[in-house]
Every structure is written in structure tokens, then in C-alpha cells.
Unconditional design. Structure first.
Length: 157
């Protein structure tokens, strides 16, 4: 039986980085979770029941974002217990925080890949997950100064 692995990220560049890992999908009983927006709806045709969407929200609209993030957290709980992944692989950002925290509490291994977009500063999600990630990968050698326990993996592009 294949190990259940959840690949999760927000939409945009983080999702583009996550999808670079797609050759790994078939090695596992995989699932993909991302935010729903018009730029990635086509993924449903390709991945079908292996793909789940979380609500998209931007902190620019802080009032509605609070409610969307609360709903995101509730849906995250539902998806975690539906999928029950042994491993969570993520490229960030805020969407993944609740899933990684929940996963860690319930015994999932957490693999975090810090974004290629940051070469000299930590991301907010990286700061949150670094202390408890089972494997923390950076794509720039310079980032090892900020995350000394990380592994330099090079670019995933």
C-alpha cells in the first residue's frame, strides 16, 4: 500500500513550485490542496478527486479575510481527517499553516520547501513551521544562515 502524502500550497507562485514535484505524485497515494481561483481551476480536470480547494483570501481585505481564514481552518480540519496523510509536503504560504500545525499534532511528517522567491529573508509561514518541520528545505544556500537546521536542496524549477 502506498503512503498517503498531501501536497499543499497557496495559489500562484507557491503552487507553481509545488507542481514541480508532480513527478513524485504517482509514487504515493497523493492528494493536492490549494486555494481556489480562476488561474488553477483547470487542475480539477487533470487531478479530479485527488485535488481539493480551500477558499482564496487576501490580507488586503482584512475584514473579509478574517472570516475566510476561519472557514479555511474549519475546512482544513475536515480535509485533514478525510485524507489522514502520513506526510505533508508544502511550498507555503498562509493557507498551509493550519494544515501543518494540525498534521504535526496528529503525527504527520512535515516537509517544508521555502520559496525560491526569497533569497535573504524568511517567509512568515517559514518562520511558523521551521521549529517543528521534520525536513525544512531551502532553495538558496544563503538561506542556510537564516535556517541553520535546513537542508539546501537547490531550485525545484
Amino acid at each position: 500500500m502506498k503512503k498517503k502524502v498531501l501536497f499543499i500550497s497557496s495559489t500562484g507562485g507557491h503552487l507553481n513550485e509545488l507542481m514541480q514535484l508532480s513527478p513524485l505524485f504517482e509514487k504515493y497515494d497523493y492528494y493536492i490542496v490549494t486555494e481556489k481561483d480562476k488561474s488553477n481551476i483547470y487542475l480539477k480536470e487533470k487531478y479530479g478527486e485527488k485535488l481539493y480547494f480551500l477558499p482564496y483570501g487576501t490580507r488586503a481585505k482584512i475584514f473579509t479575510y478574517i472570516f475566510k481564514y476561519f472557514y479555511l481552518c474549519l475546512k482544513t480540519i475536515y480535509l485533514y481527517f478525510k485524507i489522514r496523510p502520513k506526510v505533508i509536503v508544502t511550498t507555503g504560504t498562509h493557507t498551509v499553516g493550519p494544515m501543518c500545525c494540525l498534521g504535526k499534532i496528529f503525527g504527520s511528517k512535515i516537509i517544508f520547501i521555502e520559496t525560491l522567491a526569497n533569497r535573504h529573508k524568511k517567509t512568515a509561514t517559514g518562520k511558523l513551521i521551521y521549529p517543528f518541520a521534520d525536513l525544512f528545505i531551502v532553495q538558496w544556500e544563503e538561506m542556510l544562515e537564516l535556517y541553520p537546521k535546513a537542508i539546501y536542496g537547490g531550485s525545484i524549477f
